[in-house]
Write a protein that binds this ligand. Structure first.
Ligand code: PLP
Length: 485
């Protein structure tokens, strides 16, 4: 409920700085001038940009208030499936802020960047070891750019063998970026239906695979949170038809230290450092989508590459078959430092434990809630589980209502209406960093919402009711964002 001033308790109304400004207000006070005035050079004299006149306290309060409207992993449970909003340890930020790292200019001579270059080199080696692949490029700055890189590598590989296949297979459970990346590379994405267990079947892949197909993109665990049990047979089948297998490793956080991707025969894999290796993301911030390849794809990796010779590190562009450059300089280095710090502080045993706990937490939620919410694939899951609104639909309560109401209980909503193969999907990824008490609170909130769906469904159509802004017109909000209410 808002008051006459338009505020909700201590959540104050926030005008734009332009609305708040008053001519003549100042955020500084300079000593009285004691030098002669000399006229400005004509070329520099103008009325200047249209900035509002504000005091220091106006500006500080404005930005501090806006920051309190945010909800992030540091605020509370954020079970956004597929996005892996796990807690980002502060030690990683501290390492990235070390003056030698944060002050390093990208144009610094390489002799003066040996520390940073050796960190990148070591991070590449660590990611190669974790995945079981042979070589790595840290350059792509998002998962989707890693996918595009992988597609370009596959394209370059076929071209080097005189082949020009035009299609690529993409399962119907794939993240939307997969077919988009394939199309951006000029491939026609061919959808492959998952089976009644929610995974790929050898038969469905065999039906779609032919000599004009460059390969297949497989996300494992897939976006239903299920392990692709037929992976090895599918890899063999695709290889037998001269295709390559692309692994979307964005969900690697479920299988660290458990699955050796290299052994499954995948040719190329991307990782999301901003998911699996706990670097901050959301709000379109910088990410990193390193690409890991087997030896036969290494010649095509993007340049520059970090090269070590007799203990000295250089960035080298000297690779004749490279697909070229994908990013200015060498990618989002601050993210690489954080991921490096995460891997080093965790160590091999704890990375494995993180995956085990992520899987345990998701299965706990799945089992505790399956009597309340419809579970389309009732089998052990990996790091996330997918419910639907089927049990609540009779009361005309939809997935959107459930997600919105969860905000009134103090939780960020889960991912909804994705993956597309599940109608009314509610995709929960608790991550390993939530303790049992917080998982129990989330479960209790979802159970309470299911009760409200029976006793007072109308209430849910108006949710959220305890937030600064109420139910938004989501289409207009996305197309014409207005950031104050
Ligand atoms: C399975 C999967 N693939 C690809 C991506 C794309 O990654 P990005 O958002 O960094 O482009 C995501 C993102 O969450 C994902 O979950």
């Amino acid at each position: 409920m808002t008051d006459v001033l338009g505020t909700t308790g201590l959540i104050l109304n926030e005008p734009l700085l332009w609305e708040k400004g008053k001519r003549g207000r100042r955020g500084f006070s300079l000593p009285v001038r004691d030098v002669e005035v000399s006229p400005l050079e004509e070329s520099l004299a103008s009325s200047g940009p249209d900035f509002p006149d504000l005091s220091e306290v106006d500006v500080v309060r404005h930005f501090t208030r806006l920051s309190t409207w945010n909800f992030g992993v540091d605020t509370g449970t954020y079970p956004l499936g597929s996005c892996t909003m796990k807690y980002n340890p502060k030690i990683n930020d501290k390492q990235a802020a070390l003056p030698g790292f944060s002050g390093a200019h990208p144009l610094l001579p390489q002799e003066l960047s040996q520390g940073l270059l050796s960190l990148m080199f070591e991070l590449e080696r660590m990611l190669a070891e974790i995945t079981g692949m042979d070589a790595v490029s840290l350059q792509p700055s998002a998962g989707a750019q890693g996918e595009l890189t992988g597609m370009l590598l596959i394209h370059a590989y076929h071209k080097s063998r005189g082949r020009k296949p035009s299609k690529i297979l993409v399962p119907d459970t794939a993240h939307g970026t997969n077919p988009a990346s394939a199309a951006l590379c000029g491939y026609r994405p061919i959808p492959v239906a998952s089976n009644d267990k929610g995974i790929l079947s050898v038969e469905n892949v065999a039906k779609a695979m032919d000599e004009d197909t460059a390969g297949i993109m497989i996300t494992n665990p897939n976006t239903l949170g299920l392990f692709e049990e037929n992976l090895k047979d599918i890899v063999d089948l695709v290889h037998a038809k001269d295709g390559l297998v692309y692994g979307d490793g964005a969900n690697m956080n479920a299988v660290l230290g458990i699955m050796d991707v290299g052994c499954t025969g995948l040719d190329v894999l991307h990782l999301n450092l901003h998911k699996t290796f706990s670097t901050p993301h959301g709000g379109g911030g910088p990410g990193a989508g390193p690409v890991c390849v087997k030896r036969h794809l290494e010649p095509f990796l993007p340049v520059p590459r970090v090269v070590e010779k007799e203990g000295k590190y250089t960035l080298s562009g000297d690779f004749a078959q490279t697909i070229g450059r994908l990013h200015a300089f060498y990618g989002n280095v601050g993210i690489m430092i954080r991921a490096y710090s995460y891997i080093r502080t965790m160590g091999a045993a704890n990375l494995k434990r993180a995956s085990q706990l992520a899987v345990l937490n998701a299965n706990y939620i799945k089992d505790r809630l399956k009597a309340t919410y419809h579970l389309p694939y009732d089998r052990p899951c990996m790091h996330e589980c997918v419910f639907t609104d089927k049990n609540q639909a009779g009361a005309k309560v939809m997935t959107l209502d459930i997600a919105k109401r969860l905000m009134d209980y103090g939780f960020h909503p889960p991912t909804i209406y994705f993956p597309l193969v599940v109608s009314g999907a509610i995709m929960i990824e608790p991550t390993e960093t939530e303790c049992k008490e917080d998982l129990d609170r989330l479960i209790a909130a979802l159970q309470a919402i299911a009760e409200e769906a029976k006793s007072n469904p109308e209430q849910l159509h108006h949710a959220p009711t305890r937030t600064k802004l109420r139910r938004l017109d989501e289409v207009s909000a996305a197309r014409k964002p207005v950031l104050v209410g």
